[in-house]
Design a protein around this ligand. Structure first.
Ligand code: ADP
Ligand code: MG
Ligand code: MG
Length: 247
């Protein structure tokens, strides 16, 4: 599904990713862990197409097509979803408006019919119910006045409505209490643990992996993947720290 080969990327002329390779197949959940400054967020930004990140070498394909050639909205329409540590607030735009616009823009790009208001609300209600978010919250401006936990619940509802094929979640667990962590874990498991979908979980800590069991754990250090293992590698990292493994 996603094939990253020998990826090199820089910001302001500073090399950050230095030969990163990673293959993600449908049905797989991958975790990337690593020390601060390793390049984890840079990887998610490069994959999302954020301006300012220059790829100097290597390739990324999604379903066999060159991902780096596509604009960010085309990547989303192709089935890529990015979740971030700090969900943005959008005053004056309700969650419902925002999500219906986003979903229908993607559907148009894929040549699918846009959803009517009624059909969209049905779909939104199913996801909100599954994640325990009230429809009242969905009618409020995006994330404005939401607690940290509510923003995360909202992000999971967004993911459920958009229904992506590959979700890349960058430190989506940081700063969460146990209840919010459980919500995120439940959201990822119910929405994304399917034979035709995949997840790339970028996290500094092992604890989210208690709720979402990864098939592969990779250690990113100094811009490259220096080690790959199964779920047990995350526990080893928690015990031993990154120093010994990433050195
Ligand atoms: P991580 O997410 O693993 O903590 P990042 O991808 O955020 O790491 O950062 C990787 C490196 O890139 C760090 O050394 C950081 O200081 C540097 N970096 C990030 N953003 C910029 C920027 N806008 N300009 C220059 N250097 C940056
Ligand atoms: Mg960081
Ligand atoms: Mg980061």
């Amino acid at each position: 599904m996603l094939k990253i080969e020998n990826l090199h990327a820089e910001i302001d002329g500073k090399a950050i990713l230095k030969g990163l390779s990673l293959t993600i197949n449908p049905g797989e959940i991958h975790a990337i862990m690593g020390p601060n400054g390793a390049g984890k967020s840079t990887l998610s930004y490069v994959l999302s197409g954020r301006p300012g990140y220059e790829v100097t070498e290597g390739s990324v394909t999604f379903d066999g097509e060159d991902l780096l050639d596509k604009a960010p909205h085309e990547r989303a329409a192709a089935g890529l979803f990015l979740g971030f540590q700090y969900p943005v607030e959008i005053p004056g735009v309700s969650n419902v408006q925002f999500l219906r616009e986003a979903l229908n823009a993607q559907r148009r790009l894929r040549g699918e019919e846009p959803l009517s208001g009624g059909d969209f609300l049905k779909r939104a209600r199913v996801q909100a119910d599954a994640l325990g978010l009230s429809m009242d919250m969905l009618k409020r401006p995006v994330n404005v006045g939401f607690s940290g936990g509510e923003k995360k619940r909202n992000e999971m509802v967004q993911m459920g409505i958009i229904d992506p094929r590959l979700a890349i979640l960058d430190e989506t667990d940081s700063g969460l209490d146990i209840d919010a962590l459980r919500t995120v874990g439940h959201g990822i498991n119910t929405i994304m643990r399917k034979a035709d979908k995949a997840v790339l979980l970028i996290t500094h800590y092992q604890r989210l992996l208690d709720y979402v069991k990864p098939d592969f754990v990779h250690v990113l250090a100094a811009g490259r993947i220096v080690r790959t293992g199964g779920a047990e590698l995350a526990l080893e990292l928690e015990r031993e720290g990154y120093g010994a493994i990433a050195a």
